[in-house]
Each structure stands twice: as structure tokens, then as C-alpha cells.
Design a protein around this ligand. Sequence first.
Ligand SMILES: [Zn+2]
Length: 493
Amino acid sequence: MQLYKNQPLKIYNSLSSKKDTFKPIDEGYVGMYVCGPTVYSNVHLGNVRTFMSFDMIFRYFKHLGFKVRYVRNITDAGHLENDADEGEDRIAKKARLEKIEPMEVVQMYTVDFHNTLNKFNFLPPSIEPTATGHIIEQIEIIKTILDKGLAYEINGSVYFDVLKFNETKKYGILSGRNVEDLIHNTRALDGQSDKKNPQDFALWKKAEPQHIMRWPSPWSDGFPGWHLECTAMSTKYLGEQFDIHGGGMDLKFPHHECEIAQAEACNGHSPVNTWMHANMLTLNGQKMAKSTGNNILPHEIFTGENDNLSKAFSPSVARFFMMQAHYRSILDFSNDALEASEKGFNKLIDAINTLGKLTVNDTSSFNIEAWKADCYKAMNDDFNTPILIAELFSAVKFINQVKDGKATISKEDLELLTQTLHAFVFDILGLLNDTNGDDGSEKLSDTVEVLIKMRAEARANKDFALSDKIRDELLAVGIQLKDGKDGTSFSTN
Ligand SMILES: [Zn+2]
């Protein structure tokens, strides 16, 4: 269904610094590129949040009926330790320290990345290209930029000439920096560098003799600059101009700024219509850092084995927690916040599990169509998931009122409510019905139903000692029975 025809979507564009109405280049199609991980260590929880935001965005576009080509790359070469084109390649350094092949490092952490994302119920992107698989394309781009006179070669390395580019185009449009400030603020060259100016950036670096990750090129045996791979892969799979480019806020400068400059130098126009940036995740109000212990690895959430956690949480609870904040807001992760999210998530899933047991009426005391429109309104306002979740809880409240006989719902409305809740909770927010871990929720529910039946039989036989025993023992393990006019129900809170 082409829902997008009646759903005008506004997206905050980092390039215009405002919410713009989304107009795809080709009607019905969306091309989206998101900078993927550099696979030299376990994926960071903050990165999981960034990728989760784009997973939700990918899911919403698909829900609206767009055909989406979502490209998320794997950086497996060229990302140096610092942004000034200095230091060792992060992957090569890890390989040296662990005494293994760089491609073993890449394999190990690519597998970890995929496993982690699968746990959080991510959809795979349409294409997941690697930097090392696109060296030829990167060399071709460098040749074009050199031909246009916007790069220079020195001692086997090639650098992008930012000042030359800035004579006819504007460098810094995304991050709002201007070249004069950059010249002023960039650390002076230390004499080791071949660059003409400190703000220039590497397109190709000649490899030192000890550098293992190297490829032949017209200039030297070396490796591409980090910013180049994204230009090569986005152009190859999405074209010279595409709809959306996303990434973490920290990539805005210099990475995305350099991508814009490279693409404009090659093709003469801006490569991306909408730039989207997801905000960071803090832990207990502080930046996460391994060195201070203020850090959580994603898998530690599922085991609870981290000093910052009092217990284990399910992947859906963690996902629900992240979706409770807008993707452009800073989100603070803490044990208390996760516990609160767990309560909310369980309440939401309990209400969804109740839907099939509700008694229908001729009329509804809640306007489901208007509520559904509000859910879309929230998502169409720059993917506002916290507002959407607030709307979902209006439905939860209503479902519980129907259950308690304080509100009514018609058969048609019950169908519409069920369908809409499933679409937003499972398809778009990407949550799973796993309140009791894996598939335990249904089994628990069936088991309690058996006990409820046995208790009813005991009461019918006037065996109140047994019926009370069943009730009390269930309560002791945290399951509360409630007797109502439609029989007995239970809750786990
Ligand atoms: Zn990138």
C-alpha cells in the first residue's frame, strides 16, 4: 500500500537546519546511505543507538510503502587513529597488538556487529559494502578530482585542496564552519606532513614499509583516505545524487563535510538532499569511556554483568528505552531509566496480549481513527517516536478500561486497533513480544490459564483451601490473579 501518498513526512535536514517536507528524487523510491562501523572493536552502545534510529527510519519508510535501498557500509580499512590523517590504521593496529591478520580483526568484529544488531531485531540493510571491496572505485574518484585540479600529489600521497575547492564552491556548509575559521583553528603542520595546508585531507596515503594493508595505485602502494569510501560506495549504489545520508552527530565534521566536497569536486553538485544526524548516548550523565569504567557493552545489558546494572534486561526493553527518546536528542542511559522502560514496555505488551480477549460491543467509546491519525502525525513529524509512544499508551489505557468494563469497543474498531498497534509496535519500532524472554511469554500465559482453570474447578467443588493455595502461591512468584465479571485474569506486575 502506498500510504506515503497521504502522509506528508517532515524530516530535519542538517543541511538547511530545519524540518523540510520529504520529496524523494524518484516517486515511490528512497535511497538512503548510513555510515557504518569501523570494525576494529566491539560495537559501542552509542553506535547501536545511531544504527537503531536509522533502522526505525528504514522500517517507517517501508511501512509507508516506499521501495527503499538502504546502504550501510563496513569500514575495514583507511580509518586512522585521528582525524588529521595521522596515526596508525585502527584495524592494522589492533591486528598488530593481537598478533593476528587485519582481516581476522575485520571478520571477528563484523560478526560481533551483526550478532549484536540481530539481538536488537534490526532489519539487514539492502547492501552492506566494504571499503576494501571498492578500492578501484576510490582510485577512479581520486583521478577525477586530480583532473579537475582540486587535489595534489606529494610523495606518493594525494590530498584534497580545500582552499582551491573553496574558490568556486563552499567548504563547510553542513557544519557551518567557514574556511577562514578552519585556517585559524586547525593545528599547524608539524613538519612531518606533506599537506600544503592543515585543513586539506587525504584521498590517498602512501603506505609506510610496515603498513600491511596496502593496494597499488598510480601514485604509490598505499590506501585510501577514510572519507573517500563513503563517496565511492554511495555514488556506486545510489547515484550522484540521492535522498538521505545519515550517521552519528560526530561524523558531521570532518567526515560528512569531506564527503560533500569530494562529490561536488567530481560531479559539480551536492550529492545528498537530506542529511540526518542521530545524537549521542551518555551513561549516568557522563560520556561513555572504557578508561573510567563508565561504559556498557551491548551484550552486558542482556546478562546484567556490568557494575552499572542491577539486573539483566531484554533486547526489546533496551530498544523500547532508546525509542522513548527522539533520535536528535541526547539520551542518558542508566539502570533506573531501563527499569522504568521495562515497566512501560511490559504494560504495552500486556495490553497487546489482552486484545484477543476483549469483549466487543456495538459502539466504541474511543475514536480509533483519530488516534491512528495521531500516531502517523507523530512519526511524520521527523520520526517523533516519544510522541508516538505517548499515543500508544493512550490506547493501552483504553484497552485496560475495556477489559475492566469501563469502556466499549466495536468489532471493526478492535480489528483496526489490533492492526495499528501491531504495525507501530512490531513493524515500525521493531519491538518483539518478548516480555518474559524469548518465547516464554506465551508459555507462561498458557500455564497460568491452566492454573486458573484448576482454581475455578476447586472453587466449584467448594475446595477453598486448594483455590486459595493456587492464588497465594502464584502471588508469591509475582503473578496476581484478578477476579472480574468475565472470569479471572492475571498480571505479572
Ligand atoms: Zn561515511
